[in-house]
Design a protein around this ligand. Structure first.
Ligand code: NAD
Length: 283
């Protein structure tokens, strides 16, 4: 028997939306390390090009930056045409674009008696615009790219979709109802689509990252003045049995595992990569 490896991924074409971000770019490094051809499809083309150039040079890999808005089908179709022309048919999709917004975040964790006369810091002060934005980016921003970027996989009767969920999908965190609901919808959609596509050769799975300090949550978990953890950041560490935040590279193993034929009988699952957070009851 040949040693088990990620060899089957060598030369495969992967599109990663939001691939210019903190977690996405670490995944791009993992893909490059096993010889994949990568399109970083991001709304921020400039950063996508920069990340593509840096990682391509480091790994001697074929990586392109492509402008794409995951909420706009036409932009995704244009991106697909460009990827097909430059890299060939798409084998794998990672739906990495997503995130939260301060507009969809309550200021207080729980409503208290004193908040009843000042509801602006609570659920009642949330701006619907922020709610819509976060829900769209995370849910529709996974749905639409999947419709567009799996077309070549359908033709080949083979492909993999990897969605990015979150700890919020299992039990919502306080303050961020839109993000929590949207990520719960990602788990549900992952299962639904896995069933729907199981007979045409496309596997659909997700990873649920635990806590990583990135642009979208920095304002919540770090204290701007001291640079140390905010009370919320400290609470996260206390509830993570490994006692720390994750490093983006911690997602690389689960990513390659779910993309590779090594997991060819696995579809419709969500793997937590969380230092034990989801296993811990808090006591
Ligand atoms: P990030 O903000 O660093 O990266 C997100 C990327 O998505 C950016 O490059 C951004 O330009 C791009 N993007 C935003 N809107 C887009 C759009 N409309 N179309 C195309 N691209 C768009 O975020 P991150 O922390 O690396 O998060 C990546 C994924 O991981 C997200 O789905 C996030 O919800 C999820 N996640 C993050 C954490 C964490 O601790 N950071 C935890 C769990 C899940």
């Amino acid at each position: 028997m040949k040693p088990i490896s990620f060899e089957d991924l060598n030369g495969k074409v992967c599109v990663i939306t939001g691939g210019a971000g903190v977690l996405g770019s670490s995944m791009v490094k993992a893909l490059a390390s096993v010889g994949m051809k990568i399109a970083i499809a991001d709304i921020n083309k400039e950063v996508a090009d920069q990340v593509a150039g840096e990682i391509a040079a480091e790994y001697n890999a074929q990586i392109i930056g492509v402008a794409a808005n995951v909420l706009d089908k036409e932009s995704l179709e244009n991106a697909k045409a460009e990827i097909n022309e430059k890299l060939g048919p798409i084998d794998i999709l990672i739906n990495g674009a997503g995130g939260n917004s301060p507009l969809a975040t309550t200021k207080v964790e729980q409503m208290e008696e004193k908040d009843i006369d000042h509801p602006e810091d609570t659920f009642y002060g949330l701006q619907l615009e922020g709610f819509d934005k976060v829900f769209a980016l995370n849910f529709k921003g996974t749905l639409l790219p999947t419709m567009v970027f799996t077309q070549d996989m359908l033709k080949n009767r083979k492909g993999v979709v990897l969605n990015i969920s979150s700890m919020n999908s299992y039990k919502p965190l306080t303050k961020i109802p839109a993000y929590s609901a949207a990520k719960a919808s990602i788990n549900n959609f992952t299962e639904w689509l896995a069933v729907h596509l199981a007979k045409v050769g496309i596997r659909v799975n997700a990873i649920a990252p635990g806590f990583f300090i990135t642009n979208q949550n920095r304002f919540l978990v770090l204290d701007e003045k001291t640079g140390g953890f905010s009370p919320r950041g400290q609470k996260i560490v206390n509830n993570t049995p490994m006692g720390k935040f994750g490093e983006p590279d911690d997602l690389q193993g689960a990513t390659l595992f779910l993309l590779s034929d090594i997991s060819s009988f696995i579809t419709g699952i969500v793997i937590p990569v969380d230092g034990g957070y989801s296993a811990f009851g808090g006591v």
